[in-house]
Design a binder for this molecule. Structure first.
Ligand code: MN
Length: 237
């Protein structure tokens, strides 16, 4: 059985006897989805020491870079604009090191939401610090108000892509992001776009092991095609 490492997040405990202490966590949806796809999930802590990461990454077949807070715009040479959300420099640091190591060790990488954005930034791309900063006046609401597992907007998918093999040319996806990809990074290509033009899927230009999606397939775990996305990612590893 293949092992999928899931990158964790960090929060500060805001109640109870451990008030103020840090807690490392991953949302259970990721674990459930990896289990549904027939692989073994393990959590990757926010470690940055090379020897530690090497040991962890050598022991997994692929990694999921999860959602989370905004990426510090200094990572793509921009100053913070007023609508930038919360940033977490230690998560940024860990993600970058994990990506670097995973690429070096030829492990599959699936970036989800923030994970998709950090892949883009890693390869030299940029982000809209808030979707409203793009020039399109007819932009959708990309933070949906309905149940997280329900679809919110349509996407069109490029024919020659991994996402096309899984979902075909059209899909309905959920949406929980206030930022989006601006300039695509080097050695990456856009493979899925929302009906308002927002980038929703990216893949390695030549590297089949690099995939990023802006939506949350792990929250749509009742929908067969989203389970298939994870299954087909895992099959490649
Ligand atoms: Mn969206």
């Amino acid at each position: 059985m293949k092992i999928i490492g899931i990158v964790s997040n960090e929060m500060t405990v805001d109640e109870g006897i451990f008030l103020g202490s840090k807690r490392t966590y991953i949302n259970t949806d990721y674990i459930d989805m990896v289990l549904k796809a027939g692989a073994a999930p393990i959590m990757i802590p926010l470690a940055t020491e090379e020897a530690v990461l090497k040991q962890i990454i050598n022991n997994v077949d692929g990694i999921i870079i999860t959602g989370g807070s905004d990426i510090n715009p200094l990572r793509y040479n921009e100053g913070p604009l007023p609508l930038l959300g919360e940033v977490n420099d230690s998560r940024d640091e860990a993600d970058i090191k994990i990506l670097e190591m995973a690429l070096k060790e030829r492990k599959g990488i699936l970036g989800i939401c923030r994970g998709c954005q950090i892949i883009n930034v890693y390869f030299g791309g940029t982000l809209f610090q808030d979707i409203s900063y793009c020039n399109n006046k007819n932009i959708f609401k990309h933070i949906q108000s309905n149940f997280r597992g329900n679809p919110s907007h349509g996407i069109s998918i490029d024919e020659n892509s991994f996402l096309y093999k899984v979902l075909g040319s059209r899909a309905l996806v959920n949406s929980f992001h206030h930022q989006s990809i601006k300039d695509i990074g080097n050695n990456l290509r856009v493979t899925a776009v929302a009906d308002d033009g927002v980038v929703e899927g990216i893949e390695g230009l030549t590297d089949e092991l690099v995939i990023g999606v802006q939506w949350h397939p792990e929250m749509m775990k009742e929908i067969e095609s989203m389970i298939l996305l994870l299954k087909m990612f895992i099959e490649k590893l």
